[in-house]
Write a protein that binds this ligand. Structure first.
Ligand code: F6R
Length: 262
């Protein structure tokens, strides 16, 4: 696992944008996995800026989002399809026909297997962006999710519902179910980039990077991945026992120009 610790949430966004741009420069037709939530918003803003200044094009890129609420149509302001349109897609040259968000409206069992098939037909995901829940979830794979799970419906935990309550008006219906890529789906991605900022994520990051591999912390499954990068600010890194070593590895990488293994 590569752990990159930078000083601020802004630096997380810029560093993540550098990694995404590097991937797209090398392979403009990459398949990107995308996340919603607060954390990647600054990354998406950085990508939009780079697109506007001609440093990036998404015209050949295909995308697959991690998850979607069950029962919210794509036009609903709290749907993740709507979120992606607003936060990224409509501000760039990505081909709308190549953007995919799970379908939480029709027969979910069928749409989950169709989503897996679509990912496979696209050649698999090259680079998956992830956030992390305070309870260690990735996508909406809540604690206890099977480490080999594929796209399916999950019941959200009360703590996840509470964390996402802020996006819904007081009297607005908040779905308790989501359709999400599974942990097995995420582990199949060729590269994974998990972003976290702020003290509230410190314990989840500690469990993800240094805790035991356990379904109790779904993000710890990334310890099994050959090409996983965890990119955090100093606050989110504050629970890591070996943070000095991770910083030192990155310094060596900069100084010697050769990558320390994941
Ligand atoms: C969103 C997703 C979730 C979020 C996580 C963190 O598509 O899959 O796992 O990444 O809940 O959310 P924020 O960034 O809002 O703290």
């Amino acid at each position: 696992m590569r752990v990159i610790i930078v000083e601020s949430p802004q630096a997380v966004a810029q560093c993540a944008a550098d990694l995404v741009c590097q991937q797209l420069r090398q392979h403009p037709d990459s398949v990107l996995g995308l996340a919603t939530g607060s954390t990647p918003v600054a990354l998406y803003q950085a990508l939009i800026q780079r697109y506007r200044s001609n440093q990036l094009s998404l015209s050949q890129t295909t995308s697959f989002n991690l998850d979607e609420y069950v029962g919210l149509p794509p036009s609903h302001p709290q749907s993740y399809r709507h979120f992606m349109e607003e936060q990224l897609f409509r501000h760039t040259d990505i081909d709308p026909g190549k953007t995919h968000v799970p379908d939480g409206m029709s027969d979910t069992e069928q749409s989950a297997s169709a989503y897996e098939q679509a990912i496979s037909d696209a050649g698999g995901i090259d680079l998956q962006i992830l956030g992390i829940g305070q309870n260690g979830h990735i996508g909406f794979n809540e604690p206890g999710s099977s480490l080999s799970s594929r796209t399916r419906v999950k019941t959200l935990t009360p703590s996840t519902l509470e964390a996402n309550r802020r996006f819904f008006a007081d009297d607005e219906f908040q779905p308790h179910l989501a359709i999400t890529m599974g942990i097995g789906t995420i582990l199949d991605c060729r590269q994974v980039l998990l972003l976290a900022t702020g003290k509230a994520k410190a314990e989840a990051i500690r469990r993800c990077v240094e805790g035991p591999l356990s379904a109790a912390c779904p993000a710890s499954s990334l310890q099994l991945h050959q090409h996983a990068t965890v990119l955090v600010d100093a606050d989110a890194a504050s629970g890591l026992e070996h943070s000095e070593y991770y910083r030192w590895c990155e310094e060596q990488r900069q100084r010697l120009g050769h990558p320390s293994g994941h």
